[in-house]
Design a protein. Sequence first.
Length: 213
Amino acid sequence: MIRVALPFGSGTPESKRTPYRNALDAVGIQPVENATTLAALDGLVLAGGSDIDPAIYGAARDPKTVSVDHARDAMELALLREALDRDLPVFAICRGVQLLNAALGGTLNQHIEGHRCPEQRDAHSITIAANSELRSILGVDEFVVNSRHHQCLERVASGLVVVATAKDNVIEAVELTEKRFVVGVQWHPEDRVDGLDGKLFEAFRDAIKRPSH
């Protein structure tokens, strides 16, 4: 059985945890939600949730940055560094892609408008870069995603490659191409695994089965 870390904040409700569990279970992956290390685990999923402490990327806290979870930030940063050191596959979703960027030296825009649409299954389209891993996974150049974030990547960390953007130039996906599989998306594929989004979880599983670089 493939087992991966799936950390959450202590206040994350079951309604938010369940879609991730179901998406991973559907591709034969067992999530471990209380992992403090990746020893004996095969990968890491960084899920959505609260805003990241701006101090991590050297910024003052904007009043619109709310619900910071310092314990979660610290735990996920430690797990992410361990995953990158060991070349374990990482799938970073919403808050997760923001943490990935911050951990590698990038910054965030602490508030944007027009991207928090929690009730919409199909919120807006994105354009996917040719020759990207995301393009090879989804098999399309454009894709309509859901959206429920109010922060986004600003300065992109060295090593990360932007592979999808929205029409307003908000960054929607990045990849760390030097690793076996490090893909971050700004939307929530766990909520739409009945469509193309399910392919992202399949690709994550398949990457776990491949040898590391």
